[in-house]
Write a protein that binds this ligand. Structure first.
Ligand code: BGC
Length: 760
């Protein structure tokens, strides 16, 4: 008997060795072979349902970033996971959580295909950098790329290998809460930033353990939601689509982005998720995109509410035909797609194409060679909040601050002997500066303004809240309730302000007042903050207004009365340190607005690159028939590209010279002030007349220059066809002869200009 047992166990060992060897010899497991060969081999072994499984993405069981149709249906998710019917999960995070689901996919399913793990790493994971709109204000592509690199480093250490970023939606409407998540109103700046962010996340080698897959979103038009109301209808023509909305997506592809996310909105009557023109014709055919497209959260099912699909099966059919490869949380592909193939409504080749695209990215990540490569507990502990990540976060935070106004050089603050009153609930807030999209960051982990200021010991600081900004503890999914009644703190604020040398008022929006689903119709300082500002001003006019906000605000009163205004957005974990260093002049502000600040909400959408119209100017005294408002100027209060420094810059000698087909533009920039400073030199052009009218100005180049006092440098730009041409209404890129103007300066409105001609 003993011998028999021994024999059996030897047989079992041999069998397992043999089957292991056989498994190792599977072509798709062979690292020596090309990814194409490995994908083809794997595909040949997969059933229809397993292929569809790759196209199914489930939310994890811990965080929800959208309305889940089957909230908490963990049993179904686990069951599908075990069958190999899940290709990706989102919002699963932390080495232990990720390992647990990955283990099921790899060790319990028939083919052991690893999951790709997605997460909204929008401006960092646990250590947060400034909100993306703030980072865009740095105009510093190197720092922006570094910030994405650090986000990838931290996220990859906790099991994540795919971020749903960058959001590259151009938006001209500050009412839309998601402007905080993008790069602002300009397509050229947005394209450069999209490129930098994709490079930062993905690096040059995706198979490294510290790089993650990026996702250009939301394709397309989401930033043009009517009236700035989130998820609202989008109706734009070819010119806007091709010249304004598309370029940052194209730049993402140039940077090698592996995934796209489609969008909640309809575009000209067809929901983006079911839009064949966008996904198959433009993205996959014209632009040759070979990665995959994930739907937005539940956006396949939402085509029913849009009035485009009659039921879930119909929505599924539309989505797959239109080129949506992966279904995020609609339960559409996993439950409907196989039936559609079997009934002959959908050709299996569409499934093959989608599944292949997804598998390819998993191979590129190296997941088949080591599915647990992002699941190293030691690395997780070492990386989260590391010094390298914190330092980069502080660096970009300083660079993101924009000095809007600085009359009488109130700033920088004197370092000694001052009595400084700090006022405002946001001054002591350690959560709000984290901004929106901060799922993994813990509350109260930002450095507050008060904490940042306390590093400087030479002045006396007193603090009063003045008024609470919000009621309760807002979170990611619920409405933020603003305090509009309790003024009990006003008296204390006024009393500390009265005897102060300088008053620093930290006002603005709560961190959750912008972001998804957070549109506003008023853009003033929320709640009682405006009243508080005016009350304090009555007792002391020497005020520095420090703004924390996720979007442009209307600041007419403040601009007319407050001598110094510093736009500090929501700067992330290192917020207070960055603000204090700028207030004290240890960092000379260099940021420039990536979005126009309106005078009034009624001006929106507002943008610097508008069209002239046939009636751009006042035709005569008091004549009404021109393009204007009766009650407000047309211009922005603070225009795109605006931002001051503690020094000043002079621009002269603007020259244009033709060199071959290109035009070389040169300008001398001099630091005329007393301290070293950095300036973003901006070049705009205007194609004065064209077959399709062109904007009055378009950014076509910018360079950051650092100058010592009295130092002067010549800055050179080149204008080639790429900058001089545009897409006509047939979607063709053309360069048309005629007159062009060139403008150079330190903002879109403070420029000097010259012109040149392109001859036929
Ligand atoms: C957002 C996406 C996000 C997704 C997953 C959606 O609500 O629109 O941008 O990536 O949720 O969290």
């Amino acid at each position: 008997m003993k011998n028999f047992i021994k024999l059996i166990s030897t047989f079992l060992v041999l069998l397992s060795v043999f089957s292991c060897q056989e498994k190792d010899q599977l072509i798709y497991k062979n690292q020596e072979l090309s990814i194409e060969e490995r994908v083809d081999d794997l595909m040949s072994r997969m059933t229809l349902e397993e292929k569809i499984g790759q196209m199914n993405q489930y939310n994890g069981f811990w965080n929800v970033t959208g309305p889940s149709p089957i909230q908490g249906d963990a049993a179904k998710k686990y069951k599908d996971l075990r069958k190999g019917y899940v290709g990706s999960m989102l919002n699963v995070r932390g080495v232990e959580e990720v390992k647990a689901v990955q283990k099921i996919a790899v060790e319990e399913t028939r083919l052991g295909i690893p999951l790709i793990i997605g997460f909204d790493v929008i401006h960092g994971y646990e250590t947060l950098s400034p909100i993306p709109l703030a980072e865009a204000a740095s105009w510093d592509l190197e720092a922006i790329q570094k910030s994405a690199e650090m986000a990838a480093l931290e996220a990859s250490a906790v099991g994540i290998n795919w971020t749903f970023a960058p959001m590259v939606d151009v938006s001209r409407d500050a009412r839309w809460g998601r402007v905080m998540e993008g790069a602002g109103e300009d397509t050229y700046l947005g394209s450069k930033i999209a490129y930098a962010r994709v490079k930062g996340f993905q690096g040059d080698d995706l198979s490294k353990e510290n790089t993650i897959v990026a996702c250009a979103k939301h394709f397309a038009g989401y930033g043009f939601a009517e009236s700035g109301r989130d998820y609202n209808t989008v109706d734009v023509g070819t010119s806007t689509l091709y010249n304004i909305i598309f370029p940052p997506f194209q730049a993402s592809i140039e940077a090698g982005v592996k995934t796209f996310m489609n969008s909640f909105n309809e575009l000209n009557g067809v929901p983006a998720t079911g839009n064949k023109f966008l996904q198959r014709d433009v993205l996959k055919r014209d632009w040759n995109f070979d990665g995959f497209v994930v739907s937005d959260w539940g956006s396949i099912a939402e085509m029913i509410a849009h009035g485009h699909a009659k039921d879930l099966s119909h929505a599924t059919e539309i989505a797959i035909k239109a080129g949506s490869d992966m279904d995020m949380e609609s339960y559409a592909y996993v439950d409907e797609l196989a039936k559609l193939v079997k009934s002959g409504k959908i050709q299996e080749t569409l499934i093959d194409d989608a599944a292949k695209r997804i598998l390819k990215v998993k191979f590129q990540l190296g997941l088949f060679d080591d599915p647990y490569k992002y699941c190293n507990k030691e690395r997780e502990e070492k990386t989260l909040g590391s010094k390298e990540i914190m330092d980069a976060s502080l660096d970009i935070a300083k660079k993101s601050i924009v000095l809007l106004k600085n009359d009488d050089n109130i700033l920088p603050l004197k370092k000694e002997g001052q009595n400084i009153a700090v006022i405002g609930a946001l001054a002591s807030d350690k959560t709000s500066p984290l901004g929106s999209w901060r799922i993994a960051a813990k509350d109260s982990t930002a450095v507050s303004v008060l904490e940042g200021l306390s590093v400087y010991k030479g002045n006396k600081i007193t603090y009063a809240k003045g008024t609470e900004l919000v009621l309760g503890t807002p979170d990611f999914t619920t409405e933020v309730k603003i305090n509009t009644t309790d003024k009990s703190g006003f008296a204390e604020a006024k009393s500390i302000a009265k005897n102060a040398d300088v008053v620093i008022m930290v006002l603005g929006e709560h961190g959750f007042q912008s972001g998804e689903g957070r549109s506003r119709t008023e853009l003033d300082l929320p709640g009682l903050q405006q009243e508080l500002l005016e009350e304090v001003y009555k007792v002391n006019t020497n005020i520095v207004l420090v703004l924390n906000n996720g979007r442009p605000l209307t600041l007419g009163w403040a601009d007319a009365h407050i001598p110094s205004i510093l736009e500090c957005w929501q700067l992330g974990t290192q917020s207070g340190n960055a603000i204090a260093q700028v207030l004290y002049g240890d960092y000379n502000p260099s940021g420039k607005l990536p979005m126009s600040f309106p005078r009034s909400v009624g001006q929106l959408p507002l943008y610097y690159n508008y069209k002239n119209t046939g009636r751009p100017t006042l035709p005569g005294k008091d004549i009404v028939f021109w393009s204007h408002y009766q009650d407000e100027k047309n211009s922005a209060l603070y225009p795109f590209g605006h931002g001051l420094s503690y020094t000043e810059f002079a621009y002269e000698n603007l020259k244009v010279k033709q060199e071959g087909k290109n035009f070389v533009v040169k300008i001398d920039v001099k630091n005329t002030g007393k301290v070293t400073g950095k300036e973003v030199v901006q070049m705009y052009i205007q194609d004065v007349f064209a077959s399709v009218t062109r904007p009055v100005k378009e950014l076509k180049g910018f360079k950051m220059v650092s100058l010592l006092p009295n130092e002067e440098k010549t800055i050179k730009f080149t204008l080639s066809d790429k900058e001089l041409g545009f897409y006509n209404n047939q979607g063709n890129f053309v360069v048309e002869p005629g007159k062009f103007k060139v403008f150079i300066g330190g903002s879109s409105q403070t420029v000097i200009e010259t012109s040149f001609e392109i001859y036929e």
